[in-house]
Design a protein around this ligand. Structure first.
Ligand code: C2E
Ligand code: MG
Ligand code: MG
Length: 601
């Protein structure tokens, strides 16, 4: 028996690609197609009318008017013959046709005797299925009827194409959109890599923001949406002209466009884009208003494999974000930066999980405590609570890595709330054990914009039975603290009785005129200044004058990052109040902390 696959036309792969590109197989029924089959049913007075699509090894009935007459098997399908012929096929009596006489659909139920199928032809000429009518009695079909069925098949095909087009074109620019891009990228995968002897080609994909989202928003809100829309249309048209013959242009969103290089043009396009600065900088007209628009672009080159093509948009966006962050016109995709971004994304994504109560047994957040030595009494009265994250898969993550990320998101609120509660609970435990400990808690700048922070701190102290005077809030100084609302909140923290420490003091902003408005009680001289005291005369001078100034302003002075006995003695001699650092102790678990503190008592 001949292998049916071998007898299929040699454009079968392209035919299947055309069928799959229409994405009809995975969609539900369509009222438009149902109208056409209903019309055929009544117009020709037959038993049933169908729209069937012929896939690699089966037939799909997309619309049906009349009883079930079609089997899913491609081998038994009448329409497969119509598809192979790519022309109208009329079978007036199947029992008299050698091709079908033995077909079980003819010899047995549903007893097909009459069939006419008109192929559904794509604009490229691929037959993806058929519009067919069937009956259980033999019939004739005249020339006028044949023509009508063919016309209805063409109508069905255009309905399918139209359905496809909607949702793949941007309504503003009438340019193909991101769904079309995704599909075009997918279609670049060689149909069967085993058949492809040549190396897969390379494509360049560029994402361009012109203008960037912020500028676009401003133009829309200041000049109105008509000017804005016209502008975006003109940017699209300009990009199309600039890369004509080298790339296709897609409108992704608002001011964002994508360029996908044509076959063999990847390198040329990347070079061309870099060279078109002047063309991009030309003012763009909108309703006769010329405007200079900023543009930023990210470029990635990918080999035409399934994985690389699928990842291309994400990589192009990563490169674009790099360009936007650096405010430069173009950025190439950088795998290292991408790994870093993905890690950041992963960490942020996993923070909510780390906050879950069940994670407290492991794989979540925990506090460690670093003792602070009182240099007058040589005793430990307190310590600093420092956050640790044992990620369930990535292992320990330093707060220096994840806090700066969390700070930029709304997650900083629950994270800091977790820290406050955990620290207060630990203080209550130590208090119950007869060892009251003064604890410093780190909060991040955005926390001081939470209007209910004071209420939460107050309630936390009350619920855990902790005197607010035993709590010190640490924050790094910065311009942020001079907003009236923040200053008010800082005063309220002090009014509650809590201490307020300026962390990392001496590293950044330190505008003393402003600092006096901040009701801080403590300054913590940063470890970067303390670390080289033994060896650097310059650092000794800086620290000495910082200390003198802080004393003048009546601050309690803490030095952090004390790593040697020599440093400790210098600081003691200069009148520092407390010292914290690896020389005395590293950040410790609660048990190790209390053991350390008791040993020195
Ligand atoms: P920080 O508040 O300035 O904390 C001091 C950092 O210096 C801690 O790093 C501590 O382990 C480290 N350190 C202490 N003594 C020494 C020493 O002698 N030598 C050296 N080389 N390092 C020393 P850690 O725990 O990695 O924390 C880093 C930063 O992360 C903290 O700096 C703080 O800004 C932030 N952070 C930690 N925990 C929290 C938290 O609960 N909330 C917030 N918002 N930020 C936190
Ligand atoms: Mg601190
Ligand atoms: Mg610090």
């Amino acid at each position: 028996m001949p292998d049916p696959a071998l007898s299929r036309p040699n454009d079968e792969l392209q035919r299947l690609a055309a069928l799959h590109a229409l994405h009809l197989l995975d969609t539900g029924s369509s009222e438009d197609l149902d109208n056409i089959t209903r019309l055929c049913h009544s117009l020709f007075g037959v038993n049933g009318a169908y729209v069937s699509l012929i896939d690699a090894d089966r037939q799909w009935v997309k619309s049906q008017s009349g009883p079930d007459m079609c089997a899913p098997s491609r081998e038994l399908s009448f329409c497969d013959h119509t598809v192979s012929q790519r022309a109208l096929m009329v079978v007036e009596d199947a029992t008299l046709d050698a091709r079908f006489a033995d077909n079980p659909l003819v010899s047995g139920p549903p007893h097909i005797r009459f069939y006419v199928g008109a192929p559904l032809l794509t604009p490229e000429g691929h037959a993806i299925g058929a519009l067919c009518i069937t009956d259980t009695v033999p019939r004739t079909f005249d020339a006028a009827q044949r023509k009508q069925l063919q016309q209805l098949a063409a109508l069905a095909m255009s309905q399918m194409l139209l359905r496809r087009a909607i949702g793949r074109v941007d309504p503003l620019t009438a340019m193909p959109n991101k769904y079309q891009l995704r599909e075009d990228l997918a279609s670049l995968v060689p149909a069967d890599s085993a058949l492809q002897e040549a190396e897969p080609g390379t494509r360049a994909l560029a994402y361009i923001d012109m203008p960037d989202a912020h500028t676009s928003f401003e133009i829309g809100s200041v000049l109105g949406s008509r000017i804005h829309d016209e502008l975006i249309r003109n940017v699209g048209a300009r990009l199309q002209t600039l890369v004509q013959g080298q790339a296709d242009v897609y409108h992704i969103s608002d001011g964002r466009f994508a360029l996908l290089s044509h076959a063999g043009k990847a390198e040329q396009l990347a070079g061309h884009l870099r060279g078109m600065t002047a063309a991009l900088e030309q003012p763009v007209d909108s309703m006769a208003v010329p405007m200079n628009l900023p543009s930023y672009g990210g470029i990635v080159s990918v080999v035409q494999t399934r994985e690389q093509l699928r990842d291309a948009p994400r990589k192009a966006v990563a490169a674009l974000h790099e360009a936007l962050a650096r405010r430069q016109r173009w950025a190439d995709y950088d795998a290292d930066a991408d790994v870093m971004h993905q890690r950041r994304f992963r960490l942020l994504n996993d923070i909510p999980d780390a906050l879950l109560p069940e994670r407290q047994q492991g794989g979540g957040l925990a506090l460690v405590y670093q003792p602070k030595l009182d240099l007058r009494s040589n005793r430990y009265h307190g310590g600093e609570a420092l956050l640790r994250w044992q990620h369930h898969e990535l292992g320990p993550i330093s707060p220096a890595e994840f806090i700066p990320l969390v700070e930029r998101t709304a997650l900083i609120r629950p994270v800091s709330e977790w820290v406050i509660q955990a620290a207060l609970q630990q203080m209550a435990t130590w208090k119950d054990e007869g060892m009251p400990v003064k604890l410093a808690i780190n909060l991040a700048a955005p926390n001081f914009e939470e209007s209910d922070l004071i209420g939460r701190l107050e309630r936390g102290c009350r619920d855990s039975g902790i005197d607010p005077a035993m709590v010190e809030i640490e924050c790094t100084e910065g311009v942020w603290m001079h907003s009236p609302a923040v200053l008010k909140l800082l005063h309220e923290i002090r009014a509650l009785g809590m201490g307020l420490a300026l962390d990392d003091f001496g590293t950044g902003y330190s505008n003393f005129a402003y600092l006096q408005q901040v009701p801080a009680s403590v300054v913590k001289i940063d470890q970067s200044l303390i670390r080289h005291l033994d060896s650097s005369a310059r650092d000794r001078r800086i620290v000495q004058s910082l200390i003198a100034l802080a004393k003048e302003l009546d601050y309690h002075i803490v030095a952090e990052g004390v790593e040697t006995a020599q440093t400790l003695e210098l600081l003691r001699a200069w009148g520092v109040d407390e010292a914290q650092g690896y020389y005395m102790a590293r950040p410790l678990t609660p048990e190790a902390f209390s053991a350390h503190v008791r040993a020195a008592a």
